[in-house]
Write a new protein. Structure first.
Lengths: 507, 403
């Protein structure tokens, strides 16, 4: 067997007007865990799509050599047949089907003309055991947590006799426990001869797991670092990613002026009728003027549910408790009411419920406060264009014009559009739900700096984040949630990663 | 000075490029007009000019009226990813109610018409309540409505059969033309004057908008293209006006449709309501979390559809001068087809009221032309169905290519 399972040579790929990849060379050793990193738009996903046949042979330049054979894929089916499996950030499972149906979906085990369900269940159970998922294979996918669904995806890949497993940001949506579990599994698969390529933005994970780290920047390979021989640090990776050293990922605030309590929640309890259980129990929390509050916790701790309950309760939970804005008791019947009281909420899922992807930047920025631009419902379009251009410049949204469709922007720029929308609404309290998920280091820094600027101007921010370092680096005070309850409150300078993790795991 | 320099540069270097760029960026929109012109040209050629004759064009446009107003309402419905399958029989039923009010109850047509419009509005509001508030899928709610109103139409016309309407004022809506205040000429002068005013108003508003854009330093198309566009549209309006004026002039139907299109076009493009409708179509959840009252806007869109269904019923009943037991059968499908041909996205969020009017004209030009050629009704259905699917295929392909 050769040293390299995969060699991609001089890969170039051009989209109308953009050169996404130019002469990329990418080599993966047999049996290693190879991490691929780079800012958003660096070309990682494009490269993996070339490798998996999403972009078929002929639509790119260069050669792919897998197991010493040149590959010319016509589609995904060909790459799968060659033993390449790709697992995307957005999971491709069918929620209403069982685990065993999902695992063998598309390559069913057949007996004559019909599906052999008994054999399927037996084989699927083996696959689930292999990914250390101890659940009944007849469970429906929708009843599993995201972390477990990820494992099902891997089981599905294993069932296809995968030789080369590609994971696109596998831990982006996972809590720390599930992430650790997943990384362990990759190590175990390595001992069984499965080679993995992992795309990730979480540098800490990369440092802990990678045998080799390849950095892409602007569609080119910057370097490939052997992490076994010499230790690769987070700073090394960041340096290559952005081409500059960011000494301080979390910029310090200059004029901290924290005022009185401007927003308070008392004994907030919420019941979700569709789940049939309580999702928030007696939550008490307050925010001062000019303060950044961090809400830490694991996935499913109830943080997003808290934000939604406060922000006009659009999901129709049964909510009890008091919400006080500047000491005044408020009841919000819809997000509209909450916005009227000066609250803004940047959602966790910017594509799903944050932005209107088919519309342009301009309309996305103004929608939450369009009435400010209208006289008896008639919009002053010239003024609207001015507003949009102002934000394009002031928070550095990288786009050719405000007429650009938001769906075509990178994750970081989409997030900036989401934030711009709420800044234009002029809130006193900005709730940011996972504000830096899936965006690159450079854009993260810009968003942190923007947050600091906003609180210096007197805004208050609640930041919900699963990244502990981010919470510690940005907050003045940290609340920790677990299982729908606040399990701790600490000042940021007294908080430690271990301390918060301990509170996040108490039930 | 820089504006002048820039203009000069544009003319020299990139006029061709600009045209190509405009065409590429707006191919979906331009294609619709090209198809309409092609259909008109082909039919005119095949029928030795009979198709383009004043009488035929006038008839064609007047026949499109009751579908056109439905297509306008349906555009909004489809943009917010809903559907209304009941509009045909709502129109038919309300037309029959109008006939009954005027003949049996002896109510004047000028009182009947507002009553019917209010009925339509109420029916639409009820759908809005079912769909937006209760959460019944629009397909189911309006399919049920289709059955109900079909039944009600039969019920109210069962005893009498076709109801002949004697009211001259009512029948004028679908059949008569605006009076010519300058009588004695073979040409309808008032129509020509209105046409001329429309052209002047159009050119004035375009120039004003462009000036305003320049004031804010926004990008505008270069002068030659702007002038070409103005001349082109002015020529088309004059052509249509001339054809109509040499027959009986503008019909009341055209006036009503024009007013409806003007209002809806304004609401959709210039007001917050229009923005909310597009927002809900693009991403309802994001719109709600941005403070849009999705239930209210959805209800309003259904209410407007009900109102326009009532108007459609009035136009149709008036045109036939009677209410029949099968009035409205299949209108909803023509209206939906017109909207899709006119560029409403099958995935919602995208579409224009003016486009749907073009779509309606494409459909009725096809019918009219094929009738003149003596094509059987069975073939006509097949051909119209094919055109519809081709339009949506083209739509999907161009959107993919633009991504």
């Amino acid at each position: 067997m050769s040293e390299y399972i995969l060699e991609m040579k001089n890969i170039s790929k051009t989209f109308p007007g953009v050169k996404a990849l130019s002469n990329v060379n990418f080599k993966v050793k047999t049996g290693e865990i190879h991490c691929l990193v780079g800012e958003n738009g660096a070309g990682k996903s494009t490269l993996m799509k070339v490798l998996s046949g999403v972009y078929p042979y002929g639509t790119y330049e260069g050669n792919i050599i897998l197991n010493e054979e040149e590959q010319k894929y016509k589609g995904i089916a060909d790459s799968e047949a060659a033993g390449v499996a790709i697992i995307y950030q957005e999971l491709a499972l069918i929620p209403e089907l069982s685990l065993y149906e999902n695992i063998y979906f598309g390559h069913e085990i057949k007996k004559g003309m019909t599906v052999d369900w008994n054999e399927t269940i037996v084989k699927a159970s083996e696959m689930l055991k292999q990914v250390r998922l101890d659940v009944n294979p007849a469970t429906k996918v929708k009843d599993l947590s995201v972390g477990k669904q990820q494992l099902v995806e891997i089981a599905k890949a294993l069932s296809k006799n995968v030789k080369l497993l590609i994971l696109d940001e596998p831990t982006a949506a996972l809590n720390e426990d599930d992430s650790a579990n997943l990384l362990d599994l990759l190590r175990e698969l390595k001992t069984q001869g499965v080679t993995s390529i992992m795309i990730s933005h979480k540098l800490k994970e990369i440092v802990s797991i990678a045998d080799t780290v390849t950095v892409l920047r602007d569609g080119q390979t910057v370097c490939s670092m052997d992490a076994i021989e010499t230790k690769v640090t987070e700073q090394d990776i960041i340096k290559h990613m952005v081409g500059r050293e960011i000494n301080n990922i979390y910029p310090k605030r200059e004029n901290v002026k924290i005022g009185n309590v401007c927003f308070e929640v008392k004994n907030l309890t919420a019941y979700d009728p569709t789940l049939g259980r309580e999702i928030l129990h007696n939550v008490n929390l307050n925010v001062r003027k000019g303060e950044i509050i961090g809400i830490a916790g694991l996935m499913g701790a109830g943080r997003t549910e808290f934000a939604l309950s406060v922000f006009g309760n659009p999901k129709g939970y049964k909510v009890d408790g008091e919400i006080l804005v500047n000491g005044e008791n408020k009841v919000f019947h819809s997000p509209k009411d909450a916005i009227g009281a000066g609250i803004a909420y940047v959602t966790e899922d910017r594509k799903g419920n944050g932005l209107i992807l088919i519309d342009d930047i301009k309309h996305n920025i103004t929608i939450a406060n369009i009435n400010a631009l209208a006289k008896s419902s008639v919009i002053n379009e010239n003024e609207e264009i001015n507003v949009a251009n102002r934000y394009l410049e002031s928070i550095n949204i990288k786009a050719p014009s405000i007429e650009q469709c938001v769906g075509n922007l990178s994750g970081g720029n989409q997030q900036k559009v989401s934030i711009a929308k709420w800044l234009f609404a002029g809130p006193d309290l900005l709730i940011l739900d996972e504000p830096t998920r899936g965006i690159d280091v450079g854009a993260k820094f810009e968003i942190y700096s923007l947050m600091n600027k906003l609180v210096e101007q007197g805004m208050s921010i609640i930041m919900i984040s699963s990244e502990l370092l981010e919470v510690l680096g940005m907050s003045d005070r940290v609340y920790v949630m677990s299982n729908g309850k606040i399990t701790g409150e600490v000042a940021a300078d007294e908080a430690t990663e271990q301390g918060i993790m301990a509170m996040a795991t108490t039930i | 000075m820089s504006a002048v320099e820039q203009k000069a540069m544009n003319q020299k270097v990139s006029l061709v490029e600009e045209v190509a760029g405009l065409f590429k960026g707006n191919i979906r929109e331009y294609a619709m007009y090209i198809v309409l012109v092609a259909i008109i040209a082909i039919f005119s050629f095949i029928t030795d000019g009979l198709f383009i004759s004043s009488r035929n064009i006038s008839n064609l446009i007047n026949q499109t009226g009751y579908i056109a107003v439905l297509a306008v309402g349906m555009t909004l419905i489809l943009i917010i990813k809903q559907i209304d399958l009941s509009v045909g029989f709502v129109a038919g039923f309300l037309g029959a109610i109008a006939a009954i009010l005027m003949t049996k109850s002896g109510i004047s047509e000028w009182i009947t018409i507002p009553i019917i419009l209010v009925f339509g509005l109420v029916i639409g509001l009820f759908y809005g309540f079912l769909v937006a508030k209760v959460g019944v899928p629009a397909f189911v709610a309006t399919l049920a409505g289709q059955l109900v109103f079909r039944g009600l139409l039969l019920l109210v016309t069962e005893g009498s059969g076709t109801i002949i309407i004697p009211n001259k004022g009512f029948n004028a809506i679908g059949n008569d033309f605006i009076p010519d205040i300058f009588k004695g000429s073979s040409i309808h002068l008032l129509t020509l004057i209105i046409g001329a005013l429309a052209i002047v108003f159009f050119i004035y508003s375009q120039i004003k908008a462009r000036k305003n854009m320049k004031k804010y330093n926004f990008k505008v198309v270069s002068d030659p293209i702007f002038i070409t566009k103005l001349v082109f549209i002015a020529v088309i309006i004059s052509g249509i006006v001339w054809i109509l004026a040499s027959y009986n002039g503008l019909s009341w139907t055209v006036v009503i449709v024009a007013v409806v299109v003007f209002i809806y076009n304004f609401v959709m493009n210039k007001t917050t309501y229009g923005r909310y409708v597009y927002g809900i179509g693009g991403n309802a959840e994001a719109a709600e979390l941005s403070g849009v009252n999705v239930v209210k806007i959805t209800s309003m869109v259904f209410a407007s559809m009900g109102l326009l269904a009532a108007l459609s019923g009035i136009l149709f009943t008036s045109r036939l001068q009677s209410a029949t037991t099968v009035a409205g059968n299949g209108f909803e499908l023509d209206a939906i087809a017109a909207a899709y041909i006119g560029g409403v996205s099958a995935n919602g969020g995208i579409g224009k009221v003016t486009g749907s009017i073009i779509g309606a004209l494409v459909m009725s030009s096809l019918s009219s032309g094929m009738n003149l050629m003596g094509v059987g009704i069975s073939y006509q259905y097949v051909i119209r169905g094919t055109i519809l699917v081709l339009a949506v295929v083209f739509d999907v392909m161009t959107r993919k290519a633009n991504k």
